[in-house]
Design a protein around this ligand. Structure first.
Ligand code: NAD
Length: 399
């Protein structure tokens, strides 16, 4: 029986998946890269967190923009039944692999928990046996709410909270399509520490140490992690909150990794990226309201970017191009477009005027935000042509 994919929302999480829509969305991103300039870049790339948003965009840019072979690590689930089709990232991985292999590139998908020693070893074995022995770019784009420490077995859970104060502000419930005042509690010290454990740089450092010890990092290797700093409009709940602490930990670990890689001329880079619509960002309290205003202003200025637009610009023009923009702490700052004073002034003005009557109208970028949100799970995808698909066909697809 043909499957009828349904988009169902639970709070700000989109539950359903359209497998063929995901495939079309991956192809759309590949076409974007093919039309928007190639570059001399990395040739052997490992992307940790490769199956959606920023990690997927990075993989697509380096493969189709620079001709790189790629290994993509992710934690995704395949189809179990007609009612449980698995996760979008599962289908993104498959679509990417099919397209990359059609272009003569190696595309290896490794599914599992990137925090474990076993998965790290599996990646190293693959690099040594089937991937030419070394990688020249390692991208860390994991986003998750839980991490099990491989040494102790302790499970850490991240909490998206403010620090030292409650924060009150407007938020949106995407399921109910309502605008309401939310109160975000202050985090306990334990919650702060656990968030740093999950979303900080510790596992990035472990990965780089492990890969170096195994001898699979090429001379001149680069490693990149994605951060967010934001502006005064979201400082209280992001930069000054638990996630901000985790991002500060990534900055500190970048320093350690730079020391670790000095003898092989390697470089660790924190890339402060722009706000985009992703599975992770839509559940950050208040953040969707900021996006509704920011996207409206950015779109009017011709500067609105999706993950593929942003990452392709970063790798083509900045990391492997001649237009990098660094801050005093050595971080790459492609978020300069978002933080441009004129953009922020207009966004501030707009945010202050958003209310329950206009948040989901043309007054904001609501339609654009929702379009991008549905795209994440293969719905509302440009160029998608409805075709019948059956569960057996989906279950036959290999990651
Ligand atoms: P995402 O949720 O779209 O993707 C996360 C990836 O991590 C997926 O591939 C998932 O399968 C993988 N993953 C999660 N847990 C895993 C595990 N245990 N083992 C292996 N893989 C696992 O995330 P995203 O929004 O693209 O975020 C990626 C990074 O970019 C994060 O560090 C985030 O803070 C940063 N960032 C995001 C934004 C934004 O606006 N979304 C802005 C700036 C920076």
């Amino acid at each position: 029986m043909a499957i009828q994919p349904q988009a169902t929302m639970r709070g700000n999480v989109l539950m359903g998946v359209n497998p063929l829509g995901c495939k079309q969305e991956v192809y759309n991103q590949i076409n974007y890269v093919k039309k928007n300039g190639s570059y001399q870049g990395p040739k052997k790339v490992l992307v940790l967190g490769a199956s959606s948003s920023y990690g997927l965009a990075t993989r697509i840019s380096t493969a189709f923009g620079a001709g790189a072979d790629t290994i993509g690590v992710s934690y995704e689930k395949g189809p179990k039944s007609e009612r449980n089709l698995g996760t979008p990232g599962w289908y993104n991985n498959i679509a990417f692999k099919q397209a990359a292999e059609a272009d003569g590139l190696i595309a290896k998908n490794i599914i599992g928990d990137a925090f474990t020693d076993e998965l790290k070893q599996e990646v190293i074995d693959y690099i040594k046996e089937d991937f030419g022995g070394q990688v020249d770019l390692v991208v860390y784009s994991l986003a998750t709410g839980r991490r099990t420490d491989p040494e102790t077995g302790q499970v850490y859970t991240s909490a998206i909270k403010a620090i030292g104060q409650e924060v009150v502000g407007p938020d949106i419930n995407l399921q109910k399509e309502t605008f309401y005042q939310k109160t975000l509690a202050a985090a306990s010290q334990e919650e702060i520490d656990e968030t740093v454990k999950v979303m900080g740089g510790e596992d990035w450092l472990i990965w780089m140490k492990t890969l170096k010890e195994a001898g699979v990092l090429a001379d001149g290797v680069k490693t990149v992690i994605y951060s967010y700093l934001g502006s005064d409009l979201n400082r209280a709940y992001y930069h000054d909150g638990t996630l901000g602490r985790a991002k500060a930990d990534c900055d500190a670990k970048a320093g350690e990794i730079n020391n670790l890689l000095a003898d092989i001329d390697g470089q660790a880079l924190v890339c402060v990226s722009t706000a985009v619509t992703t599975k992770a960002s839509s559940v950050i309290p208040f953040f969707p309201v900021y996006c509704l205003a920011l996207y409206k202003v950015m779109a009017e200025a011709g500067k609105h970017e999706t993950p593929i637009m942003h990452k392709h610009r970063i790798y083509r023009d900045m990391i492997y191009g001649d237009q990098p923009l660094y801050d005093d702490e050595g971080r790459l700052r492609p978020d300069a477009w978002e933080l441009d004073p004129d953009i922020q002034a207009k966004t501030t003005e707009l945010v202050q005027q958003i209310n329950e009557d206009n948040f989901n109208t043309d007054f904001t970028a609501y339609d654009l935000f929702m379009h991008e949100f549905y795209n994440l799970n293969g719905f509302d995808v440009a160029g998608y042509q409805e075709k019948n698909i059956e569960i057996d066909q989906l279950q036959a697809l290999e990651p």
